[in-house]
Design a binder for this molecule. Structure first.
Ligand SMILES: [Zn+2]
Length: 325
């Protein structure tokens, strides 16, 4: 008996439809592999992928700085911020374990100690291809000292550097591009800066904000910007802010993560680096997407093949649920 091709086609469609629907409904975060199965230190787990390692450098109860390591599918390395000086041993060990001798790029989001503090020691231990940073004016005070210290290292070691500002695009590797969204350069202090506190706020606001793009996936890095800058970004860029992974601004504190910003970014995954986030900010983020903190899970590694994300955490929650999922 001859089989009816229409019936066969319908049968195949009926079988395939639920499977296709299942795939289209699943989150783009494919799975959490968990620390028992794959370690963040297992280099083979991210070979050929883009991996972004949001480093948990703190010991519990202490504040630590921001530092994220990016390894491209082609093996190029980028360090985004360089943590606190007190975190040096952990940062160095992590980089050594990842087999890194040269950091092709180091980017500073801004010149505060919790983002650049370890650079001098780091530059002594690793060779550095190029530093990318903001063009900030000379001014007396805390961050000026940090900035001067960095420039001294750059001159001493003849490390090339460049300023990166809104509109700049950097090709890091095949298919990996960095798009700088803010601030416009050169940055100039305005009339709101009258003392140490207002200068700190200003410098946080003018953190470097950029997207890292790999095929269909986007990571958004925001330094320590506050709500006013978030509103500015929303009005300037609108839906261009859409990103799969958000490095939550300013350590998850209440100064930042406005609803309008989160609505525009629409991340699938938010990562809070260091510190102790404000509870209401954490709740607001968790109501919208999966949110992980380095204070609870240590280093959080996010891998991308350009369409799907995988997440590995260094360990289980160590904050007895306070900052865990
Ligand atoms: Zn900070």
């Amino acid at each position: 008996m001859r089989k009816n091709p229409v019936l066969i086609t319908m049968f195949i469609i009926l079988i395939l439809m639920p499977i296709l629907m299942l795939f289209s409904c699943t989150s783009r975060i494919s799975e959490d592999l968990g620390s028992e199965r794959v370690s963040v230190l297992d280099n083979s787990s991210y070979e050929g992928l883009l991996s972004v390692h949001f480093l948990g450098l703190h010991t519990l109860g202490t504040k630590n700085g921001d530092a994220s390591l990016v390894i491209t599918p082609g093996g190029k390395t980028l360090l985004i911020d360089a943590g606190n000086e007190s975190n040096h041993a952990k940062l160095r060990t992590y980089l050594e374990n990842a087999g890194i001798e040269t950091l092709d790029y180091v980017i500073f989001s801004h010149f505060h100690g919790d983002h650049v503090g370890d650079f001098q020691k780091l530059a002594a231990d690793f060779s550095i291809g190029k530093v990318l940073m903001l063009d900030f004016p000379e001014i007396q005070g805390g961050s000026a000292n940090e900035r001067a210290g960095i420039l001294e290292v750059l001159y001493k070691k003849a490390i090339p550097y460049a300023y990166l500002g809104a509109g700049d695009v950097l090709q890091l590797d095949d298919e990996i591009e960095l798009f700088c969204l803010s601030p416009d350069l050169p940055v100039k202090y305005d009339e709101t800066v009258v003392d140490d506190r207002t200068r700190t706020v200003f410098e946080n606001q003018y953190s470097m904000v950029f997207q890292l793009k790999y095929r269909e996936q986007v990571f958004l890095f925001t330094g320590d910007i506050y709500r006013d800058m978030e509103y500015d970004l929303v009005s300037r860029y609108g839906s261009q802010l859409r990103s799969d992974v958000l490095k939550v601004p300013h350590h998850g504190l209440h100064t930042s993560s406005s609803i309008s910003f989160l609505l525009e970014v629409q991340p699938s995954l938010s990562i809070i680096m260091s510190g102790e986030p404000t509870e209401s900010t954490l709740t607001s983020l968790r109501n919208r997407n999966r949110t992980l903190t380095t204070v609870a899970y240590g280093t959080i590694m996010v891998m991308s093949d350009g369409t799907t994300l995988q997440v590995i955490t260094e360990h289980e929650d160590t904050t007895r649920g306070i900052y865990s999922e």
